[in-house]
Design a protein around this ligand. Sequence first.
Ligand code: UD1
Length: 385
Amino acid sequence: MYVSVSYECLEMVGTMARMDVMLVVGARPQFIKSAPLIREILSRHRQIRLSIVHSGQHYDPEMSDIFFRELRMPEPMVNLQAGSGSHAEQTATIMKRLEGPMIKAKPDVVIVPGDTNTTLAAALTAAKLNIPVAHLEAGLRSGDMTMPEEINRRLTDHCSALLFAPTQTAVCNLKREGLSNASWLTGDTMVDALHIAMPQVRAKERAFLEQFRLRPHQYVLVTLHRPSNVDNHSRFRQILIALDRLSKRLPVIFPVHPRTLKRLDKLGLRKSSTQTGVIITRPQGCIETLGLLHNASSLLTDSGGMQKEAFLLRVPCITLRSNTEWPETLEGGANRLLVNPEMIPSMAMRVASDEKLRDRIGRIANPFGNGHSSAKIAHLLRMTF
Ligand code: UD1
């Protein structure tokens, strides 16, 4: 049942007994959404003993180490070094390598953030050991079962004992699937993460923009890594041609995910793309990415988390997908879904020339919480276990 709760009340009933919590992360967005919760637990809940496991799903320094450093996350207890592979390989490797450490640690609860293969692998491993699972960012639905993330999030929700839903929409999705008993509306820890990061972002963003010779609000930031966009040769080529056309009117910066870089190489497109006006650069850390986003005239993306960060920073977003797990961001044209790559230049130019759009986005109520989600989640953990 979804119940509104007084967190002061939870403080009073919160037990002083020690509890062991295991947090399993492995991919870039999981580091970002977990960091504020880790900080909250370590600074305010001394009765919680936290162990962090890194699955090794993301292993390049710019996909992993930089986030631990920038987000000041403690070293993981163990790195399972699962690496890349097919979905079955990656999920199975994480499960096989996680079972031993989980049996040894005997945690009272295992927290799994997000919707990656690491999320599902950790949730299944814990559930089969009869260890309660707490899903951070529960209840998201894009309705698109061709996306691996949609499969991961549905299955994870259905084997979890505690569901931390970031929005009211997510709570409703869980209710529709008969999961109300375990659901709590906590808000989104990415809002907490943004509050923590913004002072650093503001201090560094101008210098960072100068490095790429970009001017505030006069460029488009692009991030693309979904198989549906980058694994298909002709679609990916169409997208690159569209970005090239756009870059003749407005600078375009494209920090490239390793998956996308490998596609550029495999499809023989890296050379042609570097000959365009598009600034192609390595993946950036979270402070740098937020700096680029904060000052962009718009974001073109297929990422889930960045749609939301754009919304919170009032940056207009164009999502190169036919659906989104964050429908709240579509309100008032803050985010627009686009399927046809040929429309990228005209839509980005239309957004850039709409001077009042940012203000309109700023007036839309924020459905993602007030930046205290980690505190709520830590209290719920203490109350439940
Ligand atoms: C994963 C998540 C996705 C999330 C994204 C954030 C799943 C199913 N997908 O997608 O939800 O939005 O992370 O980045 O879990 N690679 C490297 N170095 C790395 C990591 C990956 O080179 O450190 C390359 C490999 O070629 C690998 C490919 O990227 O095969 C894809 O990596 P993978 O972790 O399978 O999925 P992502 O596309 O990163």
